[in-house]
Design a protein around this ligand. Structure first.
Ligand code: 5AD
Ligand code: SF4
Length: 473
């Protein structure tokens, strides 16, 4: 057993322990993994690069498609001998499975991989310290897949800034019940954090050097948190305006959103809040009204076109991205052609696309109209080819433009740094490492597959976009 903590910190320092977290799936999971590391830090857990000699390995899992869920079991298979090797020594390895596979398959997971010590769902990660203590005392798997009445956010420590960009989770869960999706079952009902807590967390991040915050939620634009004053409710548009007033917070993004929740206020915020970056991930999933209906998306193809028109009339340079599912049960050639037509009409700067994967317990998985793997593969290839042409065209169109780039890390070559354009394109340019975290004005010189090359230029007299604060360099 690892040494239990004893005595006061001054009389007996906490033994340093190694923590390895592997994150699968979405940005919510990336955020949750960081929060798990935060909650374990006071227990002496420090990040490890490899699972081999970790005291605790956490797999923070994704259940959205079958492939993602199965990967967890193959990774567990690799961890098992490492754990056996350390069994009976003074430094055994604990294995925890967290996230959506833990939530959806809890008991089945314990049966299939009984050597897992802890199974913890996404809503109770703050209980990890007590679950670890229990696991040390018990030979059996400790399982916690509750949806507690009090939110985990009330129990997690405030996140620390780690670089110029940060995620901030403002909303969790989903009440939409798209017929293909496990999220309403694994993440539970929609919950919005109070605006006051979000503003406090954002200010803390900015004072630690963060300049760009991405607001996260499974249905982030369904946000309806308690107003800062405590009376009434704020929408995402209102929250974005308040966040934009935080000095030093230059860029705001949000993901993932739903067309049904693009309300007037949020559309207006895209036109009037310069800190709201001109890039929006607005999944449409399909361009066929018949399939959108069967998916229970609650909007038509025409409604999507109208939202995009309104957004672009207020912010003409808005870059768009989407998720697409091909091979949803019953999808005909015509339905798929409708999706291709929608892509041709809208033009996306980048996108994510998937073959439909039947998920246990979801309505679409029960349909007798499943599409063959061959058809799914052919449709996905055609769709991805079109999306990739559009991404290249979008990137090429920025060549010659002057764009402010937030420098986020070292580039591919010595003397280079990489950063983000307002449109979320990776941009490589020559810059000294001391410029990390600065927004520099650049001229885009080339588009290479999925990224851009640029040179730094002096900031023009007028800022671009309107309020972006560009560091001189
Ligand atoms: N099969 C394929 N893709 C799915 N997604 C969600 N559920 C499924 C599924 N069962 C995709 C959707 C969603 C993204 C996060 O994952 O496109 O927007
Ligand atoms: Fe899943 Fe649909 Fe909710 Fe998105 S809106 S999380 S796709 S159920």
């Amino acid at each position: 057993m690892p040494q239990e903590q004893s005595g006061t910190p001054s009389s007996s320092p906490i033994r340093r322990k190694k923590l390895f977290i592997k994150t699968y799936g979405c940005q919510m999971n990336v955020y949750d993994s960081a929060r798990m590391a935060d909650v374990l830090a006071p227990l002496g857990y420090e990040p490890a690069d490899q699972p081999d000699d970790a005291d605790l390995v956490v797999l923070n899992t994704c259940h959205i498609r079958e492939k993602a869920a199965e990967k967890v079991f193959s990774d567990l298979g690799r961890l098992r001998p490492m754990k056996s090797h350390r069994a009976g020594t003074s430094e055994p390895m604990l294995i925890a499975v967290a996230g959506c596979v833990a939530q959806a398959e809890g008991a089945a997971l314990v049966r299939r991989a009984p050597y897992v010590d802890i199974v913890v769902g996404p809503q109770t990660t703050h209980r990890l310290p007590e679950l670890i203590a229990k696991a040390h005392r018990s030979a059996k798997t400790v399982l916690d897949t509750d949806f507690p009445a009090d939110t985990k956010f009330d129990h997690l420590p405030a996140p620390r800034a780690d670089g110029p960009t940060a995620f901030l989770s403002i909303q969790e869960g989903c009440d939409k019940f798209c017929t293909f999706c496990v999220v309403p079952y694994t993440r539970g009902a929609e919950y919005s954090r109070p605006a006051k807590d979000i503003l406090t967390e954002a200010r803390g991040l900015v004072s630690g050097g963060v300049r760009e915050i991405t607001l996260l939620g499974q249905n982030v634009n369904a946000y309806h948190g308690d107003a800062k004053s405590g009376s009434g409710v704020w929408s995402l548009g209102r929250l974005a305006r308040e966040l934009a007033d935080i000095g030093g917070l230059d860029r705001i993004r949000y993901t993932t959103s739903h067309p049904r929740d693009m309300d007037d206020d949020l559309i207006d915020a895209h036109a009037t809040v310069p800190a709201l970056m001109p890039y929006l991930h607005l999944p449409v999933q399909s361009g066929s009204d018949r399939i959108l209906g069967a998916m229970n998306r609650g909007h038509t193809r025409e409604a999507y076109y109208q939202i995009i028109d309104r957004l672009r009339s207020g912010r003409p340079d808005l870059a768009l991205s989407s998720d697409f599912i091909v091979g949803f049960p019953g999808e005909s050639d015509q339905d798929f052609a409708d999706t291709m037509k929608l892509i041709e009409d809208i033009k996306f700067s980048q996108s994510f696309s998937f073959k439909y994967s039947p998920r246990p317990g979801t309505p679409a998985a029960e349909s007798s109209d499943q599409i063959t793997e061959d058809i799914k593969s052919a449709r996905l290839a055609a769709l991805q080819s079109l999306l990739s042409q559009q991404q290249k065209a979008f990137n090429l169109a920025t060549v010659g433009q002057k764009l402010p780039v937030l420098l986020t890390g070292p580039g591919r070559h010595a003397g280079q740094m990489v950063g983000r354009s307002p449109y979320l394109q990776p941009v490589h340019l020559d810059a000294p490492t001391k410029h990390h975290g600065m927004i520099v004005m650049t001229e885009i010189t080339a588009a290479i597959s999925n990224s851009l090359s640029a040179v730094a230029v002096n900031a023009p007299p007028g800022p671009n976009p309107p309020s972006e604060k560009v560091n001189s360099h």
